[in-house]
Write a protein of this length. Structure first.
Length: 267
């Protein structure tokens, strides 16, 4: 069985070892087919992915040649044994994974599962996410996107990772682990200073750890940064949290109530 990994530099695991994908065109094609998640990708989309606006003469034959080489390479590392195959259609190509695994799909499934468990079974949500987050070895595709399909997919997966962290922090806080979580919360907030959910989670964890002044400082700095960089004020939810911290609202101490109280409107 093959394991495709894109949450970091692109590589493929097979029973015979780890295979780096050599050749820019082969790598870009494989990335585009993988992120399409077994949907057929049109000839035109693949041409744009590989060549952009610099389309060569005889591009149809060139694409067919690249696809042929990719198909042979997949067979050579054991794709056929697990049902992994590259299928040709009149309008495009489809990578059928068969028994193969794509790390991004495994990660997405874990995030969806954890979101459903967060409120009723937070411990199980934490377990699912703590097991899934190590799948990330670095930037999607190692930062080598290729074309628009891969770039859009990287944006989608990066957002999913941030959502996973938000769900993880909610679950951990609801279990009363706010003090041990502070390091991770600070890291997430510093890496994403305009993402108000991380700010709110950090503020609450600090307050529950007896560090009210620091919680208010985090709010003030976020408010200033939102104003300086985006020209906007914090959302009503974040402003409400600051007010609650200032007046020591009783719900702030309740692990059971915090998730609903902090949830942004519409969630």
């Amino acid at each position: 069985m093959l394991n495709f990994e894109i949450l970091g530099g692109l590589q493929v695991h097979s029973p015979t070892g780890v295979h780096e994908v050599s050749g820019v065109s082969k790598r870009v094609l494989l990335q585009a087919l993988l992120v399409s998640e077994e949907r057929t990708v049109s000839h035109g989309a693949l041409v744009e992915e590989v060549w952009g606006e610099d389309v060569p003469t005889g591009v149809v034959n060139a694409l067919q040649a690249h696809i042929s080489r990719l198909r042979k390479w997949l067979r050579s590392i054991g794709g056929d044994a697990g049902g992994t195959r590259l299928v040709s259609f009149s309008h495009g190509y489809q990578l059928v994974l068969g028994d193969a695994r794509l790390d991004a799909t495994v990660f997405r499934d874990a995030v969806v599962e954890a979101a459903g468990l967060r409120d009723a079974e937070p411990e199980k949500a934490v377990e699912a996410l703590r097991s899934a987050l190590p799948l990330w070895r670095g930037p999607v595709f190692g930062g080598n996107f290729g074309g628009l399909l891969s770039e859009c997919a990287a944006t989608r997966y990066n957002e999913l990772r941030l959502q996973a962290l938000e769900t993880l922090f909610d679950a951990e806080i609801s279990l009363g682990r706010h003090a041990s979580l502070l390091g991770e919360l600070y890291e997430a907030h510093r890496a994403n200073p305009l993402r108000e959910r991380f700010c709110a989670q950090l503020m609450l964890a600090l307050y529950r750890s007896g560090r009210q002044a620091e919680a208010l400082t985090v709010y003030r700095r976020t408010r200033e940064r939102l104003g300086d960089e985006l020209g906007i004020d914090p959302t009503p939810d974040l402003r409400k949290l600051e007010e609650c911290i200032l007046r020591h609202a009783p719900w702030l101490r309740s692990a059971r109530d915090h998730t609903a109280a902090l949830a942004p409107a519409g969630r």
